[in-house]
Design a protein around this ligand. Structure first.
Ligand code: UP5
Ligand code: MG
Length: 201
């Protein structure tokens, strides 16, 4: 659908609570990216009046399972088209996607090839603490200990192989996400700047 010379896509991956959303918000301010969180798009679709996927999405999110890729890819594709057509945007952070091999292959086949994957590495102990804290006010149906355990399980079994796949292609830029937000972002900036030096998008 898009030419990777024209449309610059970075996948942002990492365990639940590793800071994908937080760091993406920092990046968009400094580098003019469009931030598309697959999880946020699914939550919006789940709330949308008349959506046929309401229950499917809600069940998957609560159980930490992956929503069938057709749903998520269509949401991402529409959001990208809109940003390109209406705002002339070309740089995208795709946050929390792909989290299963079939999604990675399909997205790159039909939408656009990614430039690289920004991977936030963090221990489970740190992640649980962050998510339970956020759960006090987030209202997210998956910020409770039962769902968090299921999300970790899915991350290890299903999503981590995607990161290994891109590592095999030398397309992963790993950042230690255990540290405070500013320190993490200092490393993120280096990765983004190095990548942008080599693009016209
Ligand atoms: N925080 C962040 N960075 C910090 C730091 N360095 N130090 C201290 N605190 C830090 O951060 C989480 C919390 O930690 C916040 O309170 C933040 O202030 C603090 P956040 O930036 O929100 O982390 P993020 O990695 O974005 O965590 P999130 O919970 O969004 O990750 P998930 O991957 O679990 O959630 P997502 O929304 O991507 O997906 C939810 C569900 O949707 C999935 O489980 C799945 O069921 C479904 N889904 C699909 O089915 N398919 C998809 O393609 C995508 C999602
Ligand atoms: Mg997030």
């Amino acid at each position: 659908m898009f030419d990777p010379q024209e449309v610059f896509v970075v996948f942002v991956l990492g365990g639940p609570g590793s800071g994908k959303g937080t760091q993406s918000e920092y990046i968009i301010k400094d580098y003019g990216f469009v931030h598309l969180s697959a999880g946020d798009l699914l939550r919006e679709e789940q709330k949308r009046e008349g959506s046929q996927y309401k229950e499917l999405i809600q069940d998957c999110i609560r159980e930490g399972k992956i929503v069938p890729m057709e749903v998520t890819i269509a949401l991402l594709e529409n959001a990208m088209k809109e940003a390109i057509d209406k705002e002339g945007k070309k740089r995208f952070l795709i946050d929390g996607f792909p989290r299963k091999m079939d999604q990675a292959l399909k997205f790159e086949e039909v939408v656009v090839e990614s430039q690289f994957t920004l991977y936030f590495e963090c221990s489970e102990d740190t992640l649980v603490t962050r998510l339970l804290k956020r759960g006090e006010s987030s209202g997210r149906i998956d910020d409770n200990i039962e769902s968090i355990k299921k999300r970790f399980q899915t991350f290890k079994e299903t999503s981590f192989p995607v990161i290994e796949y891109y590592e095999g292609k030398d397309k992963v830029r790993k950042v230690n996400a255990e540290r405070d937000i500013e320190k993490v972002y200092a490393d993120v900036k280096k990765v983004i700047e190095a990548a942008l030096e080599q693009t016209k998008a």
